[in-house]
Design a protein around this ligand. Sequence first.
Ligand code: 5GP
Length: 190
Amino acid sequence: MQLLKERILKDGIVKPGNVLKVDSFLNHQMDIPLINEIGKEFKRIYGDTPITKILTIEASGIGIACIAAQYFNVPVVFAKKAQSINLDGEMYCTKVESFTHKKVYDVILSKKFLHADDHVLIIDDFLANGCALMGLIEIVKSSGATLEGAGIVIEKGFQRGGDTLREQGIRVESLAIIDSMTDESLTFRE
Ligand code: 5GP
């Protein structure tokens, strides 16, 4: 997505540890007209699939998922990072290792909001090693719902998550895939 790539080049800041900061437009301050175009693009890509629910993970995915959901006309459900798990069988539970915080979270989703007849599109802001996405996929599998695919705003293609999941046959569509990044230069996969 050209508009997004131009914005990453203009306002993205590469931090030590392979972290790209895009907090001026995507995941702290949010540029709504840009995110609106992102939502439309996910609809263009996944418009041929019978999506009934968009799934994301708190916090950064929520705003993007909500804007995209207006084009799909379906609810958004987000997995919550939990302090302690209440194992009463009412929740899908999984563990996710955070790339940015280097911490393992328990992640939960109420069974009320995801069912075997759902067709799920997962949306998230970043894809790096794929832990967040794998956790969400595990939740979809536990529910028996159909995973139609994942829509990612920025994939760091030099980390293994995206390619590993594609090799497993999962549809992963990223609007910008970064091939390499340093302080001085950032290149995209064509
Ligand atoms: P993964 O689980 O694929 O390793 O990492 C995905 C999650 O980590 C995303 O939900 C995102 O919040 C965060 N993340 C990973 N890499 C970056 C990055 O370069 N910049 C920012 N801002 N967040 C990242």
